[in-house]
Design a protein around this ligand. Structure first.
Ligand code: NAP
Length: 292
């Protein structure tokens, strides 16, 4: 029997790939979105248009409970990749990454759904002081308390963030937060979406998900220049300066400060998750370069 999966975050980078992957793996997809038209548009950095893969569309806004009546009717499974990756709404990580997802957990529990797959972050224990991590991990705790069967997917960095490197290389200069010696293995959204569908069918409590290659931030930037056939021009933004920037921006605007602190921390720490993705960064950059 075809089962219906609610995909929350369906207009985001990972969410678009997830809508497509769940549909192609035989699920009936109900896409939750606050703007139906955006399902039909390509997302940033190769995320595909997905209107044709969304079997049902529910228009609602997770931060506004009054818009969610009936959201879980007929839903068997829930997937959520809702979170703030670029600040657009002036809302905090606690309001979106935590409370909006927690609302979905509560609704899923009340509706008696079979399973919830939630996307948090790799290496959360080491960076729990960050607001974004605290918010994600409160959802993880809420799922544990809910009694709902669930799996937490913990990805390293996304290729969408690597696309930013190629954009900088195109403009002639890449900026790195710190020396760029920290190591990570970013993953393509399409590969990660397959992991998320597998997670729905798995009994594992947590699944770490990284790409096939581990490289430093600097090597990733150099690769972007190489693919474009340009000599690498890289400027290091010193960590001491960036940390000062975090304090200044945080004093002016808490939400931007929290996001900036996350970006600066990502420039300092390693993030190497179990290697499950197959798409190489070079092939991804080559695809982006050819698209232009
Ligand atoms: N980027 C990384 O390297 C990375 C690594 C590990 C984990 N993650 C986590 O993975 C998740 C997905 O990342 P992504 O790159 O796919 O993010 P994304 O492209 O920014 O998509 C986020 C989704 O959340 C929704 N959303 C954000 N603010 C909202 C609000 N105020 N009200 C309603 N919906 C809202 C967006 O809806 P709209 O399209 O309508 O704005 C979108 O569907 C995030 O939780 C992120 O923290 C990211």
């Amino acid at each position: 029997m075809t089962r219906t999966v609610l995909v929350a975050g369906s207009t985001g980078y990972l969410g678009k790939y997830a809508v497509r992957a769940f549909h192609q793996r035989g699920y009936r997809v109900r896409a939750l979105t606050r703007d139906e038209a955006r399902l039909g548009e390509p997302g940033p950095f190769t995320a595909p248009p997905v209107a044709e893969f969304a079997d049902e569309v529910f228009v609602g806004e997770v931060t506004k409970p009054e818009t969610l009546d009936g959201l879980m009717d007929g839903v068997d499974l829930v997937f959520s990749s809702i979170g703030i990756s670029r600040q657009r709404d002036g809302l905090s990580f606690d309001e979106v990454d935590h409370r909006a997802n927690r609302r979905l957990v509560d609704l899923a529990r009340q509706a008696g759904v079979e399973k919830f797959v939630y996307v948090s972050l790799w290496g959360a224990d080491e960076i729990r002081h960050l607001e974004i991590v605290r918010a994600h991990e409160k959802v993880v705790a809420a799922l544990a308390e809910s009694g709902l069967p669930h799996t937490i997917v913990r990805p390293s960095g996304y290729f969408s963030d690597m696309g930013v490197l190629l954009d900088m290389a195109r403009r002639g200069r890449a900026f790195l937060v710190g020396e760029g010696t920290n190591r990570f293995n970013p993953i393509h959204g399409a590969d990660l979406a397959e992991v998320c569908v597998d997670a729905m069918e798995s009994s594992a409590r947590e699944i770490g998900a990284g790409g096939p290659e581990t490289l430093t931030q600097r090597e990733a930037a150099e690769l972007a220049f190489d693919v474009l056939g340009k000599p690498p021009r890289i400027t290091v933004l010193p960590l001491w300066l960036m940390r000062g920037g975090v304090r200044l921006i945080g004093a002016l605007n808490q939400q931007f400060g929290d996001l900036f602190e996350f970006i600066v921390t990502a420039g300092e720490i390693d993030g190497v998750a179990p290697s499950v993705g197959r798409t190489t960064l070079r092939s991804y950059f080559e695809g982006l370069a050819a698209d232009r």
